[in-house]
Design a protein around this ligand. Sequence first.
Ligand code: PHE
Length: 348
Amino acid sequence: AKQDFLAKLAPLTKEAEILNLKSEFVGKTGVVSEMLKSLKDMNPEERKTFGPRANELKDFINDQCNLQLSKIEVEEINKKLAEDRIDISLTDNIQVKTTKGGGFHPRTIIQQEIEDIFLSMGFDVLDGPHIEDEFHNFEALNIPADHPARDMQDTFWFHDPHTTPADTKKYLLRTHTSNIQVRGMLSRKPPFRFIAPGVVFRSERTDASHEMVFTQLEGMMVGKDISVANLIYFMKTILKEIFKKDVEVRLRPGFFPFVEPGFELDIRCLICSGAGCSVCKQIGWVELLPCGMIHPNVLKAGGIDPNEYNGFAFGLGLDRLVMMRYGIDDIRHLQSGDLRFNSQFKLF
Ligand code: PHE
């Protein structure tokens, strides 16, 4: 029976065939099982010699079948692995189609970078509406209707602001992202710090350093006992992070109705290193960062008690920063939508 089994097993290569053979020999009605059953009709002597041999045969058959089954399993796995292998080499006769990789607008790159810097310093990043009412763009910022400071920001007004007869507000395209600061103050309790990046609109004559649509990144920090020293520290740290080196700065007094005292922070022009160019209007310094301590009236309009809290605010001209960083000599490129310009800026 053993020779018979081995002869039958040898040519089998499929799992099912082996299982069938196994049951033919050691299954319930298999040859070997019948042998074991017949033991009971034998005399004790015969049983003694025949019994162990039959059991041995049974074990042998089981072992052989299992061995064969596991061999088949390994073969199948190897076959699968070989089939699944991907040939990543390219033969010479395959033509590869290349597409031009997209780029980011340089403003997007710089904005994201600066947001990351501020986030790491505990600032939130807020957004707000482009179409704004007079209160959030001017009045809450200590610029009432007859204030001459309104002339500093030539404004696009909406001629018919009334969406309903009950709505008597005057609407405009925001002239700075300070509107987000007002909304930010009104919606949180001090202490807080956040930045407000976004496009702003001014009815200006355009030239190499002026556009009607440009980008600001304003921010504020409100808390207890905040000083001008805190303001200067934050501004210097941020400029150093942005330019990846110490930049030469100068602080001049500046007037903005929403800060007191107010400053103009200039940086040494990185395009001409101070020799004079169109971006720095030949003076070697670029006005980059107006800032100051938030005026008590502005805190009040934002629902904050100026006797208890104070803080600083700043406004970064994002486009100027982009121009400094990439050596762009005309702000109008940024708004041109010209892909030849845009595609030069890659993240990697
Ligand atoms: N909102 C000012 C502007 O657009 C910038 C500014 C912000 C100045 C904060 C001082 C403090 O001109």
